[in-house]
Ligand binder design. Sequence first.
Ligand code: UDP
Ligand code: MG
Length: 330
Amino acid sequence: MKLSIVVPIYNEVENVDQLVTAITNALASVSYEYEIVAVDDGSTDGTRDKLARLVDANHRLRVIELRRNYGQTAAMSAGIEHAAGEVIVTIDGDLQNDPADIPALVAKIDEGYDLVHGWRKDRQDPWLSRRFPSLLANRLIAAVTKFPCHDLGCTLKAMRREIAADLRLYGEMHRFIPILASWHGARCTEIVTRHHPRRCGKSKYGIMRTFAVLLDLITVVYLTRYSLKPMRLFGGLGAAAAALGLACGLATLLMKLVADFDITGNPLLYGALFGIMIGLQFTLMGMTAEMNTRTHYESQERRPYAISRLRGFSRLTQPASRLANTELAA
Ligand code: UDP
Ligand code: MG
């Protein structure tokens, strides 16, 4: 199977018929095999029944029904995990993205990229509540993460299955897929994609999402820069706070000795107390985070690296890891 198209769907009863038709039409002339993985994210408006009917009539359609509404990110991960294709395309289920862009995304992957994200250059959403906040957020994210990207919010993306399988998505993290993937070493690129106004159904988000995305940005920066070495961050902050506290303490003491300035009446005393306490807190937080990192990687048997290819290993008569063990034992 070459391609899996993963679609998160929540209460889109008026859209699902057209969506499946639009995808089928868009891919009518491609030569490769594909499947549509629709994830029903706990819809309550009849979407579920409609999808169940469509599945019987379309051998390319698969449906994953989630027990309740878990959110778009969880729906996308469920779809990605059950997808059989070598390439995975994610797309919105409300026809705002245009399935006609899918072949171009796949062509980019065939050129050698690991991930291609769409840019809704001519985005058809309200300006004040959606486009403007999204513009600011995208600029900020690009500046902070140094990842050159115009439109992280665009669900229309294509990625190789290995890249998708490496992503562990929680909360609302699907927006940061390109950044997380590039952190795992994926070669990313962007293409301009079409965008249409929503014709049926309602958007599931409002302006508050922008603030949520900004909080997620903190998580992403922490994950990509410090999750493997949290002590560098917390220990550094702790050392800075403690140094400031010590300096304040010394100043308090000197002022007492030299000018007989009252210690308890000296505002710098508070600086000394807080600085040292906060410094200690940060350092302890760093130690806890270090332990967490180890638990995280070891409990899931995850590695702090991703191998893109092994060469020459098939020549070995026994698996490499066992060989390493015998060498150690010898
Ligand atoms: N969606 C979902 N679960 C949710 C919210 C949204 O699966 O909890 C789906 C929704 O059905 C749509 C896609 O995610 O297919 C994008 O949602 P929406 O169109 O509301 O977002 P917008 O385009 O307004 O940013
Ligand atoms: Mg939409």
